[in-house]
Design a protein around this ligand. Structure first.
Ligand code: ATP
Ligand code: MG
Length: 285
C-alpha cells in the first residue's frame, strides 16, 4: 500500500474547496525548526468558508506545527516557514504578526488548553476580547453567547479556572477564543484527555457554532473517529506531508485509516501487508 502514500484521492479532490472560495489556504509550506529540522514538507490544505476541516495525524506528524504556522507563532520556537504561503480571507497572512491575526477573526486554541489558572472563568473569557474595539455592550453580548453554548461556564463564572475539570477548562479555552468573535478557529486536539461523553459534548457545540454562528474550524485531532464524524472534510498528514484528503465518508472507508486510526480492519495488517504493518508499528511506538 506504500504506493498510496502521497496520493490525493481524486473523488475527494472534487469535493475540496477551490482555493479561491476558501477562507484559509495553505500553499505548499515548508517549516523548519532551528534551521535544521524540516517538519512540514510542501503541505497544502484549505478550509472552506463555514467548513469544519479535520487535520488528522499521529504523534509528531506536524499538526500543531501547522496550526502555529497559520497563527504565526513559530518564531518564538525558532521555527520558520521557509517555502510556500498562507492566505486567509483573500490576504496573505504568513508575513503578518500573530496580534494582527486576532483582529482579522482568526483564533487559535492551543493544545493542552492554557487558561490562566488563578483568574476566574469570566476573567479568562474577557481576556479573549482584548483586541476588540467595539465596546462593552458588544463584549457583554459575546459573553452571553459563550454562556449560552457553555452553560457550565456560566455556573462556574466566578471560580478560578485552576479548579475546573479538564473538560471545563477546554470549554473555557474555546469560550475565550469565541470572545474574539472569530470567523476561523484553529482547535488543537480538543479531545485530548477528555472522557468520551465530554468529547462528544464539545464536538456537538463545535457543530452548532459552525451551523448557527457560521464559524469555520480547523481541528487537529488524533481521535480520527470523532473528528471525521463532525468534519465536513479531512486531511491526514504523516511526517509533515498530506498523504490523504477527502470527504469524511471517503476517509472512513480508506483501509489504512480504518486499520491505523479507527482501530478497524486490523486483520489487514496480519494478512501480510508489510508496509501497513510497519506503519502501524511506527504509529503505535
Ligand atoms: N520547537 C520545536 N523545535 C524542534 N522541533 C520541534 C519543535 N516543535 C515540534 N517539533 C518537532 O516537529 C515535529 C512535529 O511536531 P508537532 O508538535 O507539530 O506534531 P503533532 O502532530 O502536533 O503531534 P502530537 O499529536 O504529539 O501533538 C515533531 O517531530 C516534533 O518533535
Ligand atoms: Mg500537537
Amino acid at each position: 500500500m506504500t504506493q498510496n502514500v502521497g496520493r490525493r484521492d481524486t473523488a475527494a479532490q472534487n469535493t475540496a474547496a477551490a482555493p479561491e472560495d476558501a477562507l484559509l489556504t495553505i500553499n505548499a509550506i515548508e517549516v523548519m525548526y532551528g534551521r535544521l529540522a524540516l517538519v512540514l514538507r510542501a503541505l497544502s490544505l484549505s478550509v472552506p468558508r463555514q467548513g469544519v476541516v479535520a487535520l488528522l495525524g499521529a504523534n509528531g506528524a506536524g499538526k500543531t506545527t501547522t496550526m502555529k504556522a497559520v497563527a504565526n507563532l513559530l518564531r518564538s520556537e525558532r521555527g520558520e516557514i521557509t517555502r510556500g504561503s498562507i492566505h486567509y480571507d483573500g490576504s496573505r497572512i504568513d508575513t503578518l504578526d500573530a496580534c494582527d491575526l486576532a483582529g482579522r477573526g482568526l483564533s487559535l486554541v492551543m493544545e493542552g488548553r492554557h487558561c490562566f489558572p488563578t483568574l476566574s472563568v469570566e476573567e479568562n473569557l474577557k481576556v479573549g476580547a482584548f483586541s476588540r474595539r467595539d465596546g462593552g455592550r458588544a463584549i457583554a453580548d459575546s459573553l452571553e453567547l459563550v454562556y449560552s453554548y457553555f452553560p457550565r461556564l456560566r455556573e462556574r463564572r466566578n471560580m478560578a479556572t485552576g479548579f475546573l475539570s479538564g473538560g471545563e477548562q477546554q470549554m473555557c479555552a474555546i469560550g475565550r477564543a469565541l470572545m474574539a468573535r472569530p470567523r476561523l478557529i484553529l482547535l488543537d486536539e480538543p479531545s485530548m484527555g477528555l472522557a468520551p461523553l465530554l468529547v462528544e459534548e464539545i464536538f456537538v457545540i463545535i457543530r452548532e457554532l459552525n451551523r448557527k454562528e457560521g464559524m469555520s474550524f480547523l481541528l487537529a485531532e488524533q481521535n480520527a473517529s470523532v473528528a471525521l464524524r463532525y468534519a465536513t472534510y479531512g486531511y491526514l498528514i504523516e511526517s509533515g506531508r498530506v498523504v490523504r484528503e477527502g470527504a469524511p465518508e471517503v476517509l472512513m472507508d480508506d483501509p489504512e485509516i480504518r486499520a491505523s486510526y479507527l482501530g478497524l480492519d486490523a486483520s489487514a495488517a496480519r494478512m501480510g501487508d508489510a508496509a501497513l504493518a510497519d506503519r502501524r508499528r511506527r504509529w503505535l511506538s
